[in-house]
Design a protein around this ligand. Structure first.
Ligand code: ADP
Length: 432
């Protein structure tokens, strides 16, 4: 028999007893009243005992009782026990998670919605110099580098940012923010000191070697020119050898110049002026035209008079490389179109040729250093494979990017996109 059925039967039996005794004695109403009062009082006592037990957290075994109330006590007790077990398991899991993140070699900091520190692991405390009392403090008050604050505020966490450690400035940290949950973020930092050191060594090595090669090359070139002047043309082998040597020294000089320019782009501070790009393009196109022996084949259209905030020398190198490529990799009788345009979001330089084009698979690779597409014609065209790497770097330094569209056999269009924040005109006054 179920517990509720038992309870109902007991109440019904009591009512029947009251009805019989009440009928015999003629005291039905007072007896009924007494019975109902007794039932209510019994429930009030149970409720009060239950309230007392639950208000102390339902700790320990529940008070001894019978019937439905025993059942209620048992269920609550069971739920509490289950909850306690789950809590224990969860706290064990959290402990394990904390221990593993504590042991991580990378720094990890959990940030709240107001950039406050919720939790930090051992590595984070070490590299950022955080202390237990910093919990709840806003991280921009503790890591005050402008680059970091800009990155934190930007909300764009696709890229990482490199910072010196606030406790040891010789240590370089690569900091990345990973958003998760509702407005929460995980800040991760990795020690990249060794990597940065090696990168610096590579840059120094390339810069030193290129610089040291300059003098012997100039000497070689000078002697070659003298020897060529002395050549009376009687020996075709000698004449041809001189020509070959001259071609190779020139090639080497271009290589050294390009490497030095790339090093400068990687290491030098940016200089910014308002550059008159339309005038610059007119000059570059004129120079390009004068290099072409037979015809003028560059079509320049200046659709905007927009100037750019940037470095004129760097922009000249980038634009010259792009125009040089368009002329180099297209037939002598084809047209190269140079357009300076403006859209609501960008200022664009598009250089379009009707040349051989680039295969789809090669397009993402042509801006890599020393990458040259292996075609029959390219082998004949002189180049260092560094031109587009220079273009990419210059654009990066001007907050721009390069877009390459090309189709084999039809031609290519190289577009440089600059953001409107780089826009200026002849009336703009630059404050450095
Ligand atoms: P390079 O000195 O070889 O021209 P770049 O870095 O300027 O070096 O270009 C890399 C490669 O991209 C070139 O070797 C060439 O294969 C390809 N390329 C660049 N511009 C063009 C173009 N306008 N048309 C076809 N191929 C091009």
């Amino acid at each position: 028999m179920g517990i509720w059925q038992k309870e109902i039967i007991t109440v019904l039996l009591l009512f029947t007893a009251v009805a019989i005794v009440g009928g015999l004695t003629g005291l039905f109403i007072p007896l009924l009243f007494i019975l109902m009062l007794a039932i209510i009082m019994r429930q009030v006592v149970h409720i009060s005992r239950f309230e007392k037990w639950i208000s102390t957290g339902g700790r320990g075994k529940y008070p001894k009782t019978t019937g439905v109330w025993e059942e209620i006590y048992y269920h609550v007790y069971r739920i509490k026990k289950e909850e306690k077990r789950r809590k224990k398991k969860l706290s064990k899991m959290i402990d394990q998670f904390r221990q593993s993140t504590e042991a991580l070699p990378d720094a990890a900091v959990v940030l709240g919605i107001h950039d406050e520190i919720d939790w930090a692991n051992k590595a984070a405390r070490e590299v950022f110099g955080l202390q237990a009392s910093d919990k709840g403090q806003r991280i921009p008050n503790l890591i005050r580098y402008p680059d970091f604050i800009r990155y934190l505020k930007s909300g764009n966490y696709k890229e990482s940012v490199i910072l010196p450690s606030p406790v040891d400035h010789r240590m370089s940290l690569e900091v990345r923010i990973v958003p998760y949950g509702a407005g929460l973020r995980l800040l991760l930092a990795q020690d990249v000191t060794q990597l940065k050191k090696m990168e610096r060594m590579r840059k120094d090595f390339v810069a030193n070697v290129s610089h040291e090669l300059r003098t012997p090359l100039t000497v070689l070139k000078g002697y070659l020119e003298t020897l060529q002047d002395l050549d009376d043309g009687h020996s075709p082998l000698l004449t041809n050898s001189f020509l070959q040597m001259q071609g190779q020294t020139e090639r080497m000089q271009h290589l050294v110049d390009d490497l030095l320019l790339l090093t400068r782009l990687e290491t030098q501070q940016k200089k910014s002026h308002c550059v008159d790009v339309p005038a610059l393009l007119s000059q570059i196109c004129q120079e390009g035209d004068s290099l072409e022996n037979e015809s003028r084949r560059i079509e320049l259209s200046l659709e905007t008079n927009a100037h750019l905030i940037g470095d004129e020398q760097e922009l000249r190198s980038a634009f010259t490389n792009l125009l040089g490529n368009a002329l180099k990799y297209s037939p002598d009788d084809s047209v190269v179109k140079v357009r300076w345009q403006q859209s609501p979001k960008s200022i664009i330089l598009a250089i379009e040729d009707q040349g051989e084009g680039i295969a789809k698979a090669d397009i993402p690779r042509v801006t890599e250093r020393f990458y040259r597409v292996e075609t029959k014609r390219v082998k004949k065209v002189n180049g260092t494979g560094l031109g587009l790497a220079i273009v990419k770097h210059v654009l990066m330094r001007h907050d721009g990017h390069l877009d390459i569209r090309s189709e084999l056999g039809k031609g290519s269009c190289f577009s440089c996109y600059f953001p409107m924040s780089r826009w200026c005109d002849e009336n703009t006054t630059m404050v450095n």
